[in-house]
Design a protein around this ligand. Structure first.
Ligand SMILES: [Zn+2]
Length: 267
């Protein structure tokens, strides 16, 4: 697959700072760049998976990573999907074809329905239903929670906070017949209080949208993730994997390189 030579060069040393997590939302079946920043086209998604496979990235679920972080010392990228759009079924197929895994974070109050939280330009359509979630889980993928109502936890009072976490866990465990141990904070909004509430509700791990190496903070309930946007190419993915950052524009990279050269000149 084609990738610009500079990104390929930069990526050669990727994977030395520990696992990364990638956050996807919608996967568009149409050609071209989707309008919604958090949707990726299926062609781009396919080439991103091909690149991860070709470059030797392991793709465990979030639960697998957290259960034994020492096992994932090499190139490791945990693929995650927030919200559970029905268009993710094609992504699931592509993952299976390549023997890759992923983790889906579901809003339990909107299973099989149109999302009940405010629309921000996302594609129309329902979220995955119970049968689909069971089928996805049966192929080794993980289903996690994303609250009951896609609530911004940092703004919820204590009762709502507790309810959002425990109700969602119960409903999803009922649907799937197994423990739900992973969680993703809606809007990436978290603070010390919500981290404690996540633990108290019985989750083992939770991820934010703060960028960086997943395990950098040494806290399984504050895992960092990189965001995959509509405009991301294989090249920008390769650079994100190396820098552990969403900001991999050529402008940023030029500054980074200049700084390194200057430091070297000083030695
Ligand atoms: Zn969400």
């Amino acid at each position: 697959m084609w990738i610009d030579p500079l990104s390929r060069l930069i990526h050669r040393h990727a994977g030395q700072h520990g696992p990364v997590m990638l956050m996807y939302h919608s996967v568009s079946p149409r050609n071209g760049t989707p309008d919604w920043p958090w949707a990726v086209s299926i062609q781009r998604f396919r080439s991103q998976l091909d690149f991860l496979a070709e470059a030797g990235w392991a793709t465990p679920t979030m639960a697998e990573l957290v259960a034994a972080p020492e096992k994932w010392a090499g190139r490791t990228a945990v693929i995650t999907f927030d919200d559970g759009y029905v268009d993710n079924l094609v992504a699931w197929e592509e993952l299976q074809k390549r023997g890759m895994r992923a983790t889906w974070f579901m809003v339990s109050g909107s299973i099989a329905r149109e999302p009940a939280w405010p629309d921000d330009g996302r594609p129309a359509g329902r979220l995955l239903n119970a049968a689909e979630l069971r089928a996805i889980q049966a192929t080794g993928m993980e289903i996690g929670s994303h609250t009951a109502n896609h609530v911004r936890l940092t703004e919820a009072d204590d009762n709502v906070l507790r309810g959002e976490l425990s109700n969602s866990k119960e409903v999803l465990e009922d649907v799937l017949g197994s423990e739900i141990s992973s969680f993703a904070y809606p809007y990436g909004a978290w603070d010390a209080r919500s981290v404690n509430a996540v633990r108290a509700a019985g989750y083992r791990a939770a991820c934010t949208t703060r960028t960086g190496w997943a395990l950098r903070d040494g806290d399984a309930c504050q895992l960092r993730r990189l965001t995959m946007f509509n405009t991301d190419t294989v090249g920008s993915l390769a650079r994100k994997l190396y820098f552990g950052s969403n900001d991999v524009s050529w402008h940023t990279l030029a500054n980074h390189t200049l700084k390194r050269l200057r430091n070297r000149a000083r030695l």
